[in-house]
Each structure stands twice: as C-alpha cells, then as structure tokens.
Write a protein that binds this ligand. Sequence first.
Ligand code: NDP
Length: 330
Amino acid sequence: MSETFNALVVNKEEQDFHVNIEKLSFDDLPEGDVTIRVHYSSVNYKDGLASIPDGKIVQSYPFVPGIDLAGTIVTSNDSRYSEGDPVIVTSYELGVSHYGGYSEYARVPGDWVVPLPEGLSFKEAMVFGTAGFTAALSVHQLEQNGTTPEDGDILVTGATGGVGSMAIAMLAKRNYRVVASTGKASEVDYLKKLGAAEVISREEVTPEKLRPLGKQRWAGAVDPVGGKTLAAILSNINYGGTVAVSGLTGGVEVPTTVFPFILRNVHLAGVDSVYCPKELREQIWKRLADGLKPDNLEEMETEVTLQELPETLQEILKGKIRGRTVVKIL
Ligand code: NDP
C-alpha cells in the first residue's frame, strides 16, 4: 500500500473554490472501523451539488465527495469484516459530512458497510449505487402494499434519471407493465429498451390544472419527481393503489387533497435510502444481485475516470446525464 493516494478534493477558501485531483495520506482520512480500497464509485445529483460552491451539501472543507463506493477491505477493527472482504458503502453521512468514494481509499464506520452480495461485481454495484438502491426500495414498497403485475400499469416519473431508469428496468424484470413519463421526447427508444411498454410526456402526467380526483389510471407509481407531479399522480391512482415517493426534482410543495386517500384508499409510501435499517438494506442489496437485477444493466451505464469526473459532475447538474455514470477508481 503506498503512503499517498489520489482523491478528488473540493475546497473553498474565501472567494476561491477548487475541484482538484490531489494526493492524500491515510492520516487525512476520517475516523472509522474499516479502511477500504475503492474500486468504483458513481455519480449522483447530490455529488454534483457537492462539487459547486453553493450546493449546500458539504458541511466543511476540504472535502472528498462521492456518496457511493464499492471496494475491498484493507484493514478492519470491526469483527464482522476482514481484510479482503468485498463491500459496498452508500448512504449515512458518506460524501456529505464524511469523506466519500471519490478516493482510492476510504475509511468508514463498520455499521455503514454492506457485504457485496454474490452475483454482483463492484462495477454493477455502482451502476446501481444510491439511485438503484432507491429504485429497489420503491419497488419493495409497492410489493409490500400488495401491488401485483395483474393490478394494471405502473407509472414511473423522471424516467431518464437514475432512479427512474432503474425502476423501469426492475419493474419490467418483475413482469409489471411500465409506463414511463419523461420530459425528453428524444429518449423514447432508450426507455423502451429498458423495459417501458409505453412512454408518455411529463405534461400528460401533470396537466396545468390539477383535479382532486381524475380517471383511475395507475395501479401504482414510482415517483422521484414529487411536487405538482405527485399531486397529479395521486388523483389518477386506482382504488387501493400505492405511490412510492423518493424525490423532489419537480419541487417540494405537493398541492393535493385528502380525497385520493379517503375515497380511493390510496397509499403514499415514503422511500428513504439514507437511514434505511441495516437488515432491510442488506436484503435489498441481495435482491439487486438476483431477482431485481435487470438483464440490460449495461444500457444504463457510462464509465468515467477520476480525472474525467469534474466535468461529469457539472453535467449531472445541467440534467445532461442519462441513466447511471460509474467512476473507475483503482
Ligand atoms: P437524476 O438527476 O438522475 O434524474 C431526475 C430526472 O427527473 C431527470 O432525468 C428528469 O427526467 C426528471 N426531471 C428533471 N427536472 C424535472 C422537473 N422540473 N419536473 C419533472 N421532472 C423533472 O436524479 P436521480 O434519479 O438520481 O434522483 C431523483 C430524485 O430522487 C432527486 O430529487 C434525488 O434527490 C432523489 N433521491 C432520493 C433518494 C432517497 O433516499 N429518497 C435517494 C436518491 C435520490 P425526464 O427528463 O426523463 O423527465
């Protein structure tokens, strides 16, 4: 193990803000039970925010972003893990207030670590990353509320994004008929390749004028968009259907009424990846290696190096990324 290693470091000093590949030493890493040699990380919207001066993600500088990582344990003070174990770390404070995955080595608390399930490579784990994990939790919520493929169509919003793309592929794999909603008319073929049976526009899902109750159209929905879109979806959910809501790309205010809940028994299921309990977290990662793993994972994947990462982080903030971008680290 060399004494220094590469990491992407963001730093803010008075008016200056820098994003550079720098040499770090093991003493620079935060406290933690396990040290991991990172093989892959990934690019999420939150990582984009961590790489700009006013993103409101990073709490102190200098900082190493990267909310996802997969790698091999090199030292462990946690009896559950040993040198050589392949692991995944996502969520908690990783890449937010604790140095993250954009580094050849990372050190984290043992409680954050998930064993890499059999059937999943480091790279595949990061093609999923937080977005795939969140999509899987959303599918889990629909299933827990009893939504089956026989019930009818499932709507997925923000379809070309990380959570949306993943949810389409996973639901299709589970034999649901998926209707994808997108703002990008040019991506219809891509969405159909992922498994969407039908692609509709954002405007069709969210009309200018919202009605408290509309036609019953969806047996369930995976919604990473939120805002007015969520209100519109709720009014079109079938009696007893479920909406799994994970995001706020379309806004935080949801102008809805009680009617979908009290007249149609609609369920609104929250999805939080960050503090998802460890037992469920490990169960979901095992499903990602098996029954929820899309056959066409590579359709969603783009790979960049640590050196190419600063540019990619800008692109995700401009909404230019399709599917999932993994970062090859070491
Ligand atoms: P991406 O940036 O990859 O995708 C978001 C997608 O939403 C876009 O690709 C676009 O898809 C659509 N979109 C963008 N702007 C708007 C808009 N103004 N109105 C409607 N749709 C819009 O993000 P992710 O998929 O990674 O994350 C999605 C959301 O989920 C974010 O809010 C993120 O913070 C949240 N999230 C929550 C997690 C949790 O634990 N709850 C974990 C991970 C993410 P299209 O053009 O196809 O419509």
